[in-house]
Design a binder for this molecule. Structure first.
Ligand code: SAH
Length: 227
């Protein structure tokens, strides 16, 4: 069956993603392939290829397509990696990652969102994605270490526990900042000597990362654990 949204999706990649400077061929191919309309509520399907985040319930959002592409590119994936995502949400970014990586473990703190994402990912055939429920600021030690870790919610600092689940040479990409409307997109690269290199890539705006090494709660923006 042909996909009625294929033309809109190609246009999304051309106008919103490639035109803004994302050039990694693997990322562009994944963004052309993953059916974003499958990851949004039915009444929002006509808007699925628009240039912004959309509500997915529970006060959460599916990220803007450009931001998913930007963060995926920032992970510097070559194909074949073992990847951890924090903040499953709709499952869309996990599907994009799964198009490139060997396998993806994704963690969501809100159980109904995790269940919904798991259903969609299964239906679309993403057998290489495992959705888990829990506090992702603590990572997922059972499957550590990872080649790449991406956090799709904004926290006050990069959780040390997550850093420590990176392989030598591994990359972690995450929005960090004290404001609810703007964070810096940060990339941490774990050196083979155990020393981390940290870069700031751009400004982004994400829902809060809530957990032991994130914010204590969404409204008060009080940091949880210590740095
Ligand atoms: N990657 C998602 C976007 C998710 S929005 C997508 O493609 O749709 C961020 C998600 O992070 C929300 O669903 C929120 O509930 C979740 N989240 C926030 N703090 C978390 C934590 N400590 N562990 C796991 N998930 C968390």
């Amino acid at each position: 069956m042909s996909d009625p949204y294929a033309a809109q999706r190609d246009e999304m990649v051309d106008r919103q993603i490639a035109a803004r400077g994302v050039s990694d061929a693997r990322v562009l191919a994944a963004m052309r392939k993953v059916a974003r309309h499958e990851f949004v509520p039915d009444h929002l399907k006509p808007d699925a290829y628009g240039d912004g985040p959309l509500p997915i319930g529970e006060g959460q959002t599916i990220s803007q397509p450009y931001i998913v592409a930007l963060m995926t590119e920032a992970l510097l994936l070559q194909g074949g990696e073992h990847v951890l995502e924090i903040g499953t949400g709709s499952g869309y970014a996990a599907a994009v990652l799964a198009e490139i990586a060997a396998d993806v473990v994704t963690i969501e703190r809100i159980a109904p969102l995790a269940a919904q994402a798991r259903t969609v990912l299964q239906r679309l055939g993403y057998a290489n994605v495992k959705v888990e429920v829990g506090d992702g600021t603590l990572g997922w030690p059972a499957a550590a270490p990872y080649d790449a870790i991406v956090v799709t919610a904004g926290g006050p600092f990069v959780p040390p526990t997550l850093r420590n689940q990176l392989k030598p040479g591994g990359r972690l990409v995450m929005p960090v900042g004290r404001d609810s409307w703007a964070q810096s997109l940060v990339r941490v690269t774990r050196g083979s000597d155990g020393e981390d290199r940290q870069e700031e890539l751009s400004l982004v705006s994400f829902v809060p990362l809530i957990g032991a090494e994130g914010w204590k709660d969404a409204s008060r923006r009080e940091a949880g654990g210590s740095r």
